[in-house]
Design a binder for this molecule. Sequence first.
Ligand SMILES: Cc1ncc(COP(=O)(O)O)c(C=O)c1O
Length: 396
Amino acid sequence: MFENVQVAPPDPILGLTEMFKADPNPDKINLSVGVYQDAQGKTPVLSTVKEAEKRLLEKENSKGYLPMTGEPAYCERVQEMLFGAGHEIIVAKRAATAQCPGGTGALRVAGDYLHTVHPGAKIWLSNPTWANHNTIFAAAGLTCEKYDYRDPETNGLDFDALCASIKKIPAGDVILLHGCCHNPTGIDPTPEQWSILGDLLAAQGILPLVDFAYQGLAVGVEEDRAGLLELVKKVKQLLICSSFSKNFGLYRERTGALTVVADSVEQAATVMSQIKLRIRYNYSNPPSHGGQIVATVLGDKELRAKWIEEVAEIRNRINEMRHLFVKTLKEKGVTQDFSSIIEQRGMFSFSGLTKEQVLTLREQYSIYIVDSGRINVAGMTPDNMDRLCEAIKSVL
Ligand SMILES: Cc1ncc(COP(=O)(O)O)c(C=O)c1O
């Protein structure tokens, strides 16, 4: 069976990490993979996560299976993170949540649900989007289409083009929107623009799927739900995929969730019954540890407050690097305008570097950036900034 199997191409992002690890240059810089690094280049375990783990070690008394939809306390906390405690959706019980193995697991379950329960529905993805969106939904059997998003002239949002694209989407299709910190561009609509998008989607009968992988990394944990809250004023039915990989640093614990918001408690339960079926034949039930950590931290007033500060530290460091990057390039006499990077949010930005420039940076300077020119700002540190900007200047 195996003689004729061809070697699969490396993953465009994770393959680069393997190359980075193999590079012997002590001054190498990794701006490719979507993982937060502190000023020392380390991906830390948050102190609130450590504290929660200590408590769990004492408390945990079973390794029995979780329900297909995971830990109920975790699912409650997920909804409070998304909408805020006491929101009408929570009070009316119009949402149902399933704990999933990471945001990726949630997206795949959503894809399986959409493909099997709504056959013929296509999914519309922003151009550009996180590369894995295409592959996850294609693997689930969905047809992926693109909608306009970024204005290459300004490196900002082309809102008119976005609205014009949406007007062409047929009723019954699905649109994926990034909750905040759009990956890969770092460009988000304003709350006012979200409200307009909500009107358009409601009028056309398009189902939004909100991918919320960076809550807390744009402006603040509560502030970052502003777009979603505008959307749910206009649209009564949607799917939301949450990830706690970035804002809790729980990457390897695979901690995510799929939430369905429906017209009524009954409708939410019916849709969740279909989602549960897909969970059963994918992975049966989710891993427990990450969800327990999130539920412990968010369920404890003091730990939650401390966690909010830890997220702010992550966010502030990234934003400082955005400023320092633009400033250092300017000081080095680079005339190309990189100032839009200061406005962008989250871990990523589009640098505007061409594929050739990216390859030169990799081969000659051991600086690793994905081919599209997307940079992970969190890979920058005060120590590597000078070398990074010098190298960029030389390839421009
Ligand atoms: C936009 C987006 N969605 C979802 C994910 C999935 O995150 P995870 O599966 O690690 O929770 C990522 C991770 O990089 C992402 O950038």
